[in-house]
Design a protein around this ligand. Structure first.
Ligand SMILES: Cc1ncc(COP(=O)(O)O)c(C=O)c1O
Length: 137
């Protein structure tokens, strides 16, 4: 485990990766690393069902509100949904079951223009690609 996590050590010696046992765990950790009670997240609506439930039901119970973007390719809607307390723009790079790639550079550009850190996370379902989590403050 430490070899896996240490293999992507950052320039300042911190672990560059954290290995967890499920995609859902990775998503929870990614979001809670950025947002806390009173904060807001903007999320792509095309999501794996478990992810949708996490954002629609569980996060609000923890005081984190979520605005869903029906068409993640409409970049203007991401910017329009941003609030002063928005801490993350969230999408699955390869949402299950639609498998419609999201425009990470485009969404990141809008997020940075709105001073929102971007958190984009694709958990690793067995039928899909490897985990790719990215957080750019
Ligand atoms: C796109 C996507 N996100 C999240 C998950 C959840 O991953 P896990 O079942 O490992 O918690 C899955 C699982 O299939 C998935 O396909």
């Amino acid at each position: 485990m430490s070899a896996l996590e240490g293999g992507t050590e950052t320039a300042v010696g911190l672990p560059g990766a954290l290995a967890v046992a499920s995609g859902q765990s990775a998503e929870v950790l990614a979001i809670l690393n950025l947002a806390e009670s009173g904060d807001h997240v903007v999320a792509s609506a095309p999501l794996y069902g478990g992810t949708y439930n996490l954002l629609h039901y569980t996060m609000p119970k923890m005081g984190i509100t979520v605005t869903f973007i029906d068409d993640p390719d409409d970049l203007d809607t991401w910017g329009a949904a941003a609030q002063p307390n928005t801490k993350a723009f969230y999408g699955e790079t390869l949402p299950n079951p639609k498998n419609n790639w999201i425009d990470i550079p485009g969404i990141a550009e809008v997020s940075h223009a709105n001073s929102v850190p971007t958190s984009s996370c694709t958990p690793p379902p067995s039928t899909s690609v490897a985990t790719a989590c990215r957080s750019a403050a």
